[in-house]
Design a binder for this molecule. Structure first.
Ligand code: ZN
Length: 281
């Protein structure tokens, strides 16, 4: 078990013990020096759930809560869940299941309401929402933004952060303004799969060295992630679970102790209210 002398948080990954590596991936992470995880539920349809009501998301969230408990057993720190509705669901509903954009938005908001129950209980530290990263019709885009704004409201009400899946961009000041309207501090909105910087919200930076160099140089808050998908059919699609610890080691070797503290202690505390240093054995 490697000890890098600091908390090491992967801000966004998925675990699928039923179909893929599950806890073995956590063991890889921990052996490489990883200590804390934010585990995001997989898209509902990847788990065979074709939701018709908000209640149908409950099983998806329960599965994530279970794997988070198991993951925490393997870590010197702990794991926390991030629960929500993947924005790509809108296309599945509209293109393949005959929903119109408004009906799709209604179902996705209902799923977020169930996720928000877990946030209100203190189980989830963030909700997950966003909008498609690919071109969609205007009605689907508008519906997706309505869902995103609903998620901002639920996060504000329940006192948690919001992770966003969005188009590739370094400017989400539009969303930051909506967060203010909803009563959620924009720094508690996280752009998942970010390059080094993102105006308006907090970037969760993919562990490409160039992106990390930009984030370190920015002096702003940032997080680090792999978006490991734990999908046996897409083994090379993403970074593996050892990547965040390896990149932390690389940053430390290059004298970036303060940036490591920023990404793994200060920003997690400011965004999610989690204490990575205090929860480390
Ligand atoms: Zn993801």
């Amino acid at each position: 078990m490697r000890d890098l002398g600091t908390p090491v948080l992967d801000d966004h990954l998925h675990l699928d013990p039923r179909h893929a590596r599950g806890i073995d991936a956590v063991t890889d992470f921990a052996r490489s020096g990883g200590t804390h995880l934010l585990v995001v539920n997989k898209p509902s349809w990847h788990l065979g759930v074709e939701a018709d009501t908000g209640e149908d998301f409950r099983a998806v969230f329960e599965e994530t809560l279970d794997v988070v408990a198991d993951a925490s057993e393997e870590l010197r720190g702990r794991a926390w869940p991030v629960l929500g509705v993947h924005p790509g669901l809108v296309s599945r509903l509209v293109d393949e299941r005959g929903f119109d954009a408004d009906e799709a938005a209604e179902l996705m908001c209902a799923g977020l309401d169930v996720a928000a129950e877990h946030a209100a209980d203190g189980e989830a530290v963030a909700l997950k929402s966003g909008r498609p990263h690919y071109d969609v019709s205007e009605s689907v885009w508008d519906a997706s933004n309505r869902v995103l704004r609903h998620a901002l409201e639920r996060a504000a009400e329940t006192g948690v952060a919001l992770q966003l899946h969005t188009e590739a961009t370094e400017d989400l000041t539009d969303v930051a303004a909506w967060a203010e309207d909803a009563g959620l501090p924009p720094e508690r909105v996280v752009k998942h799969y970010a390059s080094g910087e993102c105006a308006g919200v907090t970037p969760s930076v993919m562990c490409e060295k160039g992106y990390l160099e930009d984030a370190v140089a920015s002096d702003g808050p940032f997080l680090m992630e792999t978006d490991y998908v734990d999908d046996p059919e897409r083994p090379g699609a993403v970074m593996g679970p050892k990547t965040v610890p390896r990149r932390v080691n690389w940053l430390l070797e290059n004298g970036h102790e303060a940036a490591v503290e920023r990404a793994h202690v200060e920003t997690p505390e400011a965004v999610y209210g989690i204490d990575t240093a205090g929860t480390l054995e």
